[in-house]
Design a protein around this ligand. Structure first.
Ligand code: SF4
Length: 245
């Protein structure tokens, strides 16, 4: 594994920002360094660099338990890194997703924290089928808001986004700092073929809906069969739930 860059005085951004507090160089230098590493090496390097400074609350790790989620979860398992996994239970998931989550939780001995929307708001959404008329509001209530209190305590947010998944994700870098949090995307340059190969080679469990033609899976109301993320919000221009914007 490459050694990590040492402290320099080239950092010019505000001292309050988490990137300054945690990294010895500016994020573009850190990104250049991490681009040369494999996803597994990136996760290992991150935890090595932050040794003793990562906690259950300052690192937010999210998983949708969708079709490619197992890759990131397996890398953490393989590296023997214990980190709480946050799962947004919108109450609109497929039964198969919940079954798959339970399967992976058991297999990798995961510590999963389930975040739910406020009951009265969720009830309003359900009764008025708000996902049909205002999916952004629906995602805001059921996904964005429940994560907010966890996000406020976190300095890092690790997720398994890959840049082939949509146009927005193509523009991302391995580390990005936004709204006081450093997003870390260790799988960003993993191709769809690489992801499938990894899952196959490691004989990892496949989401039960994948063989039925669902390549990206979210809430039931907003997911159809389809290639890539084409089955998500297929009747609207929406491509992200708002979490990763
Ligand atoms: S994915 Fe659809 S149902 Fe789920 S929270 Fe977003 S708009 Fe609502």
């Amino acid at each position: 594994m490459n050694t990590y860059p040492v402290v320099t005085d080239e950092y010019t951004e505000s001292w309050q920002r988490p990137a300054h507090r945690y990294f010895s160089q500016n994020l573009s230098t850190v990104n250049r360094h991490y681009q040369a590493l494999t996803p597994k090496e990136r996760i290992a390097a991150f935890y090595q660099e932050l040794q003793g400074r990562t906690t259950e609350s300052n690192v937010l790790l999210t998983s949708s338990f969708g079709t490619t989620a197992v890759l990131l979860l397996h890398l953490f398992y393989d590296l023997d890194i214990r980190q709480k996994i946050h799962f947004l239970d919108t109450t609109f998931h497929f039964e198969e997703t919940i079954t798959y989550k339970n399967q992976l939780t058991h297999l990798f001995d995961l510590h999963v924290s389930e975040l739910r929307p406020e009951a009265w708001k969720n009830k309003y959404i359900r009764q008025n089928e708000v996902w049909k008329t205002d999916p952004d509001f629906c995602c805001s209530v059921n996904k964005v808001e429940p994560l907010q209190s966890v996000k406020e305590k976190a300095d890092f947010w690790i997720s398994g986004l890959m840049n082939w998944q949509n146009e927005h994700r193509k523009q991302l870098d391995i580390f990005e700092e936004k709204d006081g949090i450093i997003k870390f995307y260790p799988l960003l340059d993993v191709t769809e073929a690489d992801a499938l190969q990894y899952i196959e080679e490691n004989k990892l469990p496949v989401h039960p809906l994948k063989p039925l033609g669902y390549e990206s899976i979210g809430c039931k109301q907003c997911t159809l069969r389809g290639k890539g993320r084409s089955g998500r919000w297929s009747n609207s221009i929406k491509t992200e739930c708002g979490l990763h914007r």
